[in-house]
Design a protein around this ligand. Structure first.
Ligand code: GLY
Length: 278
């Protein structure tokens, strides 16, 4: 049986505009979706141990179906991976695979992998094509959209990085079925954030429908799509955060301080929990 067509949200950035596709079954269709927008390119996939165990085989098969046989770079899971050492590992892996600037670096994972991979794609060969395949709710509704990339410094979170927009975001809602409930709750804080910023109707809708969002199905995909529309609107009018985009940091200032205070130890506090408290 074929999957329903994904919801498409466009991030309107002129010649750098791109689509966010939201729906089930997108990993299996990744080769076709990427090939349609970036035909004939070679690719490297960057992921972490946990995500690789759950989803790499599906993505690899989806890419191979589209004629892409990717190099794979697998890193340890966790916030500590957003470091100079792992950035160097990704850069070296992409160069070792002999990819050119027009080829594609694909991030398969949560916010840590997306931010780190986007940064590597932004600097290798002075900027390569980049595709985000976010596998956490938090990454699907926030970090995979808008082109903020980077790593942490011992002096603080996300202090080193570049703006580098992806060419495509594939938010496969099916992968959220295997997400630990704690991670799902943490991502839900980012959904509520958009309601609090300027979408009161969405906040009210979440209050009505949160159980269905947690259960999965169409309500979950619709919540993710609405969050992506909210983020895409802000990014389109303030890509480089000279004004309105700072609103998206609601909850993040305290959240980042709490993450630093707990040594970025995900067993004690995950990013979305910090944001929820913030
Ligand atoms: N996570 C906030 C932003 O993308 O601006």
């Amino acid at each position: 049986m074929s999957e329903a067509a994904p919801v498409v949200v466009e991030v309107g950035l002129g010649e750098r505009a791109y689509d966010i596709l939201i729906g089930p079954g997108l990993l299996a269709r990744a080769g076709a979706e990427i090939g349609q927008r970036l035909p004939g390119r070679r690719a490297a996939v960057v992921t972490d141990d946990n995500v690789a165990a759950a989803h790499l085989a599906t993505l690899r098969a989806g890419l191979e179906k589209g004629g892409v046989n990717p190099a794979v770079i697998t890193l340890p899971a966790g916030e500590k991976t957003k470091s100079f050492a792992h950035l160097e590992e990704v850069v070296d892996g992409v160069l070792a695979a002999k990819l050119e600037r027009g080829d594609v670096v694909i991030a398969l994972g949560g916010g840590v992998i997306g931010d780190l991979t986007g940064f590597a794609a932004g600097i290798v060969r002075r900027g390569m094509n980049f595709v985000q395949i976010p596998t956490s709710l938090l990454a699907q509704v926030d970090s995979s959209v808008g082109g903020k990339t980077g790593i942490n410094s011992p002096r603080g979170k996300n202090l080193v990085g570049v703006f580098h927009q992806p060419k495509l975001v594939l938010a496969d809602t099916g992968v959220l079925d295997t997400l630990p409930i704690r991670e799902f709750r943490a991502g839900y804080a980012e959904l509520a954030k958009y309601g609090l910023i300027d979408r009161p109707a969405f906040f009210a809708w979440l209050e009505e429908n949160w159980q269905e969002v947690f259960a999965g199905g169409p309500a979950r995909a619709e919540a993710i799509a609405e969050a992506c529309r909210a983020k895409a609107d802000v990014v389109a009018r303030d890509e480089f955060e000279t004004g309105d985009r700072a609103l998206l940091n609601l909850g993040h200032t305290f959240g980042h301080a709490l993450e630093a205070a707990t040594q970025y130890d995900g067993a004690r506090l995950v990013h979305g929990e910090g944001v929820a408290i913030g």
